[in-house]
Design a protein around this ligand. Structure first.
Ligand code: ADP
Ligand code: MG
Length: 361
């Protein structure tokens, strides 16, 4: 979020006590969205020094609020570019969302154990990237987590804590190494009935990247696109200065852990404060550790900075599951990837390349 969005996010925090049906991310909160637009409008008028103007848009997609600020020579240029970006988001959501019955992902899941399914090249691209991050993280990130998420009821209205036996049985169906992708034929096959894909930890990042690419195709050179915590930047701000991206405090609504000045690339945060429910005083959230079948608990939030939002999205989920030591080691091993980790007792761990860049609050 930009610094001014912190206040708007406070509203969001209040709404997140109950689980809700989401495709990729936080609930679509219209009021928070309006507040964000207003904050953004005030913010961006102060940075509008280059020729042209900054236009801001709010939009609902992927069950979350989308904030877009772009610099264009005229309103008509801005409107045309914005329309292309949002149309791209809608098109890709139709392929990748598990909440859309006819999506590629659901068609593959329905045919598990029975048949290979022909899918769009974009679906293959995201799935192959997901499998790469699964292998890089030794299965901490696993796009076949779907049956486990269903056991917990995270997609439905009534989540619940499954028994140990249920978790054990379900984990037998979670194994990214069994996914068969035939790139030449354009098909995906899940060999065991009951297996299922869920691209919720990576698809939003991919979609944000593609939407930003459509803005660039339309001639836009400066833009900031945010989809419920996944932020992607096109160039620096119009005056050449870096955008200032706030990292949300995982426990104090409306507060920031720090601010990152960035002139491009992507920033994505995964936190345990997102989609969660409470039973007998214990909170359970939606990022599950495939090793235990339980919500990962060794971090409160993970922010990843990378060149693409897809990479940052997958890695934020992977590092969240891996925990501080293994997570930070993975980040340090990847060129162009940096991270800010917040532990449950609010210790802030920063990767080498961000140590001099992050402005702590
Ligand atoms: P958000 O969608 O809230 O921004 P993330 O990017 O961390 O947060 O993605 C969390 C989503 O990823 C979950 O809602 C679920 O769809 C999926 N997921 C949960 N656990 C895993 C995992 N271990 N590996 C891959 N995907 C996961
Ligand atoms: Mg993610």
């Amino acid at each position: 979020m930009t610094e001014n969005q912190a206040a708007a996010d406070q509203n969001r925090e209040h709404e997140e006590k109950l689980p809700r049906r989401r495709r990729f991310s936080g609930p679509a909160l219209f009021l928070a969205g309006i507040a964000i637009i207003m904050a953004a409008a005030v913010y961006f008028t102060t940075v509008n020094r280059a020729a042209g103007e900054i236009f801001t848009y709010h939009h609902l997609a992927m069950d979350t609020g989308i904030e877009l600020a772009l610099h264009a020579a005229s309103r008509s240029e801005a409107e045309a570019a914005k329309a292309k970006a949002f149309a791209e988001m809608a098109r890709l959501e139709q392929l990748l969302s598990r909440s859309i019955p006819a999506s590629d992902v659901n068609r593959v899941n329905e045919a598990a154990g029975a048949a290979a399914v022909r899918v769009a090249p974009e679906t293959i691209a995201v799935l192959e990237a997901a499998l790469k991050f699964a292998s890089l993280s030794n299965g901490a990130f696993d796009p076949t987590i779907s049956p486990l998420l269903d056991r917990w009821g995270f997609l439905g209205k009534q989540p619940r804590v499954p028994s140990e036996t249920e978790i054990k049985e379900t984990l037998l169906l979670v194994d990214y190494r069994q996914v068969a992708v035939d790139r030449a034929a354009g098909t995906v096959f899940l060999p065991v009935a009951g297996m299922g894909l869920d691209l919720g930890g990576i698809a939003k990042g991919y979609i944000v990247d593609q939407a930003l690419a459509r803005l660039a195709d339309a001639g836009i050179q400066h833009a900031c696109l945010s989809a419920g915590g996944d932020i992607c930047l096109l160039g620096p701000r119009p005056d050449g200065s870096p955008w200032r991206i706030g990292i949300r405090h995982p426990r104090e609504a409306g507060q920031l852990i720090g601010v990152l000045p960035l002139s491009g690339g992507a920033v994505v945060t995964s936190g345990d404060y997102e989609r969660a429910f409470t039973v007998d005083g214990k909170r359970y959230h939606h990022i599950l550790d495939p090793a235990t079948g339980l919500p990962a608990s060794s971090l409160a939030s993970v922010t990843i900075v990378a060149l693409s939002a897809m990479e940052a999205d997958a890695l934020s989920t992977a590092v969240f599951v891996l925990g501080p030591e293994r997570g930070l080691a993975l980040v340090e091993s990847l060129p162009g990837v940096e991270a800010v980790l917040v532990t449950p007792d609010l210790e802030v761990l920063v990767s080498t390349g961000l140590k001099d860049k992050l402005e702590l609050r």
